[in-house]
Design a binder for this molecule. Structure first.
Ligand code: ATP
Ligand code: MN
Length: 470
């Protein structure tokens, strides 16, 4: 009897131990599985289209392929990681020339300040002047003596119609018609100047001040491909509501002392209203381009996936630029598209805009520029530098000589002071906080480091392109 009891106890112990062992093993396998899942994001193939929540209403490229599961274990954004490390190292080794103040930048700034002055009385005839400025390669000419007057006119001309702009993009904006039948897009203020946007680079709503700052930066850098943009304070009750279309007006309401509206668009609804301070709403007003130019939208080859667990091909493939060059669109004989995208990448990195999922060009125009349109996701976080925005530069390692020369003029912290001087004239000054201005100087050094890295890898001659088409 005693022996039987002992046997039973041993048996029970063995059974419990076995059960415990199986339990631990299962838990372990599950744990390892979860970690592997987390660290092994699926790869987006080159030609696959990711239609993000942001892009649902814009044209997708023609080719759609199924996501093919990679055979080998993918490495997490390794192309971005290795480039970032190399650029950071190069930054430490930058020669003192890149920190010196150049002698010539002041001349450029003073010319631009001259152009920004009021040269003539405001007049709706100036719409014609601005229209004539637009060409295949620029929106504003190098010297535009009436620029200040055009901007002031944009800032103050009577609004004769206000409608929803639901067919232009996904974010809340108004399509305004100004006296003289000039259209302009109004992007409202969502945030205070000092609000820091956390999360991924494309997080948050539009920053209206980013649009204003970006336009001024574009002329400063000689990349005059941004539509004319001003900051404007509008009285919703007096200037907008009386001329609003019914479907827009229906979305207006009063919250305490403040007038609010939510408009009609993909990311619009009663749960996402924007409110004026009392009746006055600040925003960016972007001059509409002449109707003779039709815009054509293309997917950016360096588009993000907008999913933290899905990587894009460019994030894992160091040779990605070869693929881009192989696309018909980027054939060196068909135009300056790739160099334009590299200019755009530098511009976007400086303003911290990681949301250029598509880009616009003029349809049926030979050598059309890549427009620097939609810069509202810039200047979200002055503490961060998203080096992967520079991927077109560090992966292709080519750049217009003219862009390079211009950038170098602003070494020694001159970029922030120059832009600040231009923005000083804005109706909504100060447009940028000093933290955002300082970030520009810091980021410019990263651009210098990236180009230096390219020089080291390929030699100056191969990197710098003397491009006849600018
Ligand atoms: N000033 C302009 N002149 C002509 N067309 C314009 C202008 N501004 C915007 N558009 C057109 O409207 C589209 C949407 O504008 P924008 O990109 O600023 O809006 P968005 O809501 O931020 O768009 P998305 O959701 O695609 O990022 C542009 O791609 C362009 O085709
Ligand atoms: Mn946008």
């Amino acid at each position: 009897m005693r022996i039987f009891n002992v046997i039973m106890i041993i048996r029970r112990t063995i059974l419990s131990l076995t059960a415990l062992f199986v339990l631990v093993l299962t838990a372990n396998v599950y744990f390892v599985y979860v970690i592997v899942e987390e660290r092994s994001p699926s790869i987006q193939t080159n030609s696959e289209v990711v239609v993000s929540h942001e892009d649902k209403n814009v044209g997708a490229p023609a080719v759609r392929k199924k996501v093919s599961k990679p055979k080998q274990t993918p490495v997490y954004r390794n192309a971005t990681l290795s480039a970032t490390q190399r650029i950071k190292q190069k930054l430490l080794e930058l020669s003192s020339n890149y920190h010196k103040v150049s002698l010539t930048y002041k001349q450029i700034v003073s010319q631009l300040l001259d152009d920004l002055k009021l040269s003539m009385e405001m007049s709706t005839e100036l719409w014609g002047t601005a229209r004539k400025w637009v060409g295949p390669r620029e929106i504003v000419p190098k010297r535009a003596p009436h620029l200040g007057s055009v901007l002031r006119t944009l800032c103050s001309t009577k609004i004769i119609r206000a409608e929803n702009a639901q067919h232009q993009g996904t974010q809340l904006k108004l399509m305004l018609t100004l006296l003289g039948n000039q259209k302009a897009v109004f992007k409202p203020q969502w945030y205070s100047r000092s609000k820091v946007i956390g999360g991924p680079v494309y997080a948050g709503k539009d920053r209206h001040n980013a649009e204003v700052a970006a336009f001024h930066l574009s002329i400063l850098l000689g990349l005059r491909r941004s539509p004319l943009t001003v900051g404007r304070k509008v009285n919703l009750r007096r200037e907008v509501m009386p001329v609003a279309t019914n479907d827009l007006l229906e979305t207006f309401y009063q919250e305490g002392n403040n007038t609010c509206f939510y408009g009609v668009c993909y990311f619009c609804g009663p749960n996402q209203p924007v409110c004026a301070q009392k009746d006055v709403m600040e925003g960016a007003l972007v001059l509409w381009l002449p109707s003779k130019y039709k815009l054509k939208k293309h997917r950016s080859p360096w588009q993000r996936t907008y999913k933290s667990h899905t990587v894009a091909r460019w994030e894992v493939d160091d040779d990605y630029c070869m693929r881009v060059k192989a696309m018909k669109l980027y054939d060196p004989n068909t135009g300056p598209r790739l160099l334009d995208l590299i200019d755009a990448a530098i511009f976007d990195f400086l303003i911290d805009n990681g949301d250029r999922h598509h880009y616009d060009v003029f349809e049926n125009v030979t050598n059309s520029m890549v427009l620097l349109l939609d810069n509202g996701k810039g200047f979200g976080n002055p503490h961060r530098d998203h080096l992967d925005i520079l991927a077109p530069l560090y992966q292709c390692c080519v750049l217009r000589k003219s862009t390079w020369d211009r950038l170098q003029l602003f070494s020694g912290n001159a970029l922030s002071t120059s832009l600040e001087a231009l923005l000083h004239h804005s109706h909504i000054a100060p447009v940028l906080t000093s933290l955002h201005l300082k970030a520009l100087d810091r980021r410019l050094l990263f651009v210098f480091a990236t180009v230096e890295m390219c020089f080291e890898q390929h030699g100056r001659k191969k990197v710098l392109v003397y491009d006849a088409v600018r």
